[in-house]
Design a protein around this ligand. Structure first.
Ligand code: NAP
Length: 244
């Protein structure tokens, strides 16, 4: 059996690009999504056309019962699990004085609990094999104060700190854990930004452009490879110089 990677939130955007990049690297892919079945099936079809296996799994990563059920299915369908990419996330920008409880709770649940739920289930399986890689998708907002992102930046700061702790706990079990912190990447997530602000943001990036989902996918692919076999617990910022 070949190597298997689970990418959460792989129906669209960065997760889809990562899933396709890892498929090109020869991984069979478990495609997780929350609601968009049609787009998830499209991702899986593109992956299969590359000659590897792909199966879709509808599961809300913030709900532990759904996550456990997904991992049981993955074990039946693929056997082992070599890579987990924790990517499924939400952003709901609001100035502190405008933050409402349902939005706050949703962001904490998906961006923090969701990552821990999936990492826990993945680590249980990887530890048995004595090898594995976990990549957590963070954000430059974890290290750079962006107005309107009190909640989002808090969740991504949590991703950075959980990455370090997971890495320390799991290193003796042969599991590496690293994070990638992208700056602005042109996906659905950015569609809520008004046009005049887009120009302002681009102007603030030293490289004068947004990143692409493929830029992120290429870095994830490298981090999964043996070329990075001695690196764990780190956060790679990928932002065209925005945070400098
Ligand atoms: P996106 O285009 O909005 O896509 C979000 C993906 O996450 C979708 O596949 C969605 O599934 C899935 N998802 C959302 N909630 C979920 C849940 N509870 N359970 C399972 N899947 C769920 O987002 P993106 O821009 O690709 O962002 C992906 C990751 O990169 C996020 O962690 C984000 O914080 C991070 N990031 C993005 C940017 C950026 O500029 N875009 C920058 C830095 C970091 P459905 O299609 O089924 O809804």
């Amino acid at each position: 059996m070949g190597k298997t990677a689970l990418v959460t939130g792989a129906s669209r955007g960065i997760g889809k690009a990562i899933a396709i990049r890892l498929a090109k690297d020869g991984y069979d892919i478990a495609v997780n999504y929350n609601s968009n079945t049609e787009k998830a099936e499209q991702t899986a079809a593109e992956i299969r056309s590359l000659g590897v296996k792909a199966v879709t799994y509808k599961a809300d990563t913030s709900k532990i019962d759904e996550v456990k059920a997904m991992f049981r299915e993955i074990r039946k369908d693929f056997g082992g699990l070599d890579v987990l990419v924790n990517n499924a996330g939400v952003v709901d920008d609001a100035y502190l004085l405008m933050v409402n409880q349902p939005s706050l709770e949703k962001s904490l649940a998906i961006n923090i609990q969701g990552y821990i739920n999936c990492a826990q289930q993945a680590a249980l399986r990887m530890a048995g094999a004595g090898t594995g890689v976990i990549i957590n998708i963070s954000s430059v907002s974890s290290v750079l104060a962006v107005e309107g992102q009190t909640v989002y930046s808090a969740t991504k700061g949590a991703v950075n700190s959980m990455t370090a702790t997971m890495a320390k706990e799991l290193a003796p079990r042969g599991i590496r854990v690293n994070a990638v912190a992208p700056g602005f990447v042109g996906t659905d997530m950015l569609k809520s930004i008004p046009g005049d602000l887009v120009d302002k943001y681009i102007d603030s990036i030293p490289m004068k452009k947004f990143g692409t989902a493929d830029d992120v996918a290429n870095v994830v692919s490298s981090l999964c490879s043996d070329g990075f076999s001695y690196m764990t617990g780190q956060v790679l910022v990928l932002d065209g110089g925005l945070s400098l």
